[in-house]
Write a protein that binds this ligand. Structure first.
Ligand code: CP
Ligand code: NVA
Length: 328
């Protein structure tokens, strides 16, 4: 039987397929319980701290609502309002927080920070996004696929379009490798996954039967069940905007791309936030000041019947709840 009590959730690479299955089953279960108005206070009396060095809407709110739903108390800290990383070392911060809290969420830059928090705090640490991973998002995405695609996950083909070297792409590679899925990184060669990451996932794929591929040819979308994309410039690399627009414009997700899958029921997914129009300050300024069209997906696709992005966003909460319940 699976028992995750006391474990940290830093990357899906640390978990067996059975453990990931367990977290997904628990997520579906907690979602139906919430829908039915059943609250069992599974985290009653627990204290949780949320550390954010990058901004967030979904992840922060998902942790807060999930914790409060189950009777836990949360503290939110960002780098402006705590000593973290400025007046106090990471090691000391982790040791202090471990004395106060039952679990720690961290969003920021380096993966080594979540690893060190786990090493020094002595309590479960959950990765709320780093430069190279975003594992809680993948749990929500897998859950959403199970709700919308009538196939077991190991028969599902996911095509990740765009910056296939970013945290979302890597997190997807880990999830697909572990669960024996078919993953295609579709984007320009300049932004393909690094060799070390490729080698690491191919090792896992050998055991699970997963297929992990890269391509810059539109033919690769044929037969896709999921077309997934993310912003072209991730948090922390804003200076790369012009270069990314140049490299990635051919990979904007359009209705033509969805049609090229040949699957009339293909679903469109996106972790969000998204630039699908020019309504945001960033997209508008890029257009007006630099003449750059930063849309990674058209508004038509984003609002189409294929798009499941808001179910996906909701599922962040149910899956994050499952991770906290399982590890606490
Ligand atoms: N998808 C996601 O992590 O969203 P936030 O940046 O709003 O948390
Ligand atoms: N790749 C994006 C994901 C945001 C949820 C970023 O890191 O900014």
């Amino acid at each position: 039987p699976v028992n995750l009590k006391g474990r940290s959730f830093l990357t899906l690479m640390d978990f067996t397929p059975e453990e990931i299955r367990y977290m997904l089953d628990l997520s579906h279960d907690l979602k139906s319980k919430k829908r039915a108005g059943i609250h069992n206070e599974l985290l009653k009396g627990k204290n949780i701290v949320l550390l954010f060095e990058k901004t967030s809407t979904r992840t922060r709110c998902a942790f807060e609502v999930a914790a409060l739903d189950e009777g836990a108390h949360v503290t939110f800290l960002d780098s402006n309002s705590s000593q973290m990383g400025k007046k106090e070392s990471l090691e000391d911060t982790a040791k202090v927080l471990g004395r106060f809290y039952d679990g720690i969420e961290y969003r920021g830059y380096k993966q080594s920070v979540v690893e060190d928090l786990a090493k020094y705090s002595g309590v479960p640490v959950w990765n709320g996004l780093t430069d190279v991973d975003h594992p809680t998002q993948i749990l929500a995405d897998l859950m959403t696929i199970e709700e919308h695609v009538a196939k077991p996950l190991n028969k599902v083909k996911v095509v990740f379009v765009g910056d296939t070297r970013n945290n979302m792409s890597y997190a997807w590679m880990y999830g697909c490798a572990k669960l024996g899925m078919h993953y295609v990184a579709y984007g320009p060669k300049e932004l393909w996954p690094e060799k070390e990451v490729m080698d690491k996932v191919q090792e896992v794929a050998k055991e699970t039967g997963a297929v992990i591929e890269v391509s810059d040819n539109i033919e690769c979308v044929k037969g896709a069940d999921v077309i997934y994309t993310d912003v072209w410039v991730s948090m922390g690399e804003e200076d790369k905007l012009a270069e990314r627009v140049r490299l990635l414009t051919p990979y904007r997700v359009t209705m033509d791309m969805l049609n090229a899958t040949g699957n009339k029921d293909v679903i469109f997914m996106h972790c969000l936030p998204s630039f699908h129009d020019f309504e945001t300050k960033v997209a508008k300024e890029a257009k007006e000041k630099m003449g750059l069209d930063v849309r990674e997906v058209t508004d038509e696709v984003f609002r189409s019947r294929h798009s499941v992005v808001f179910d996906e966003a909701e599922n962040r909460m149910h899956t994050i709840k499952a991770v906290m319940v399982a590890t606490l």
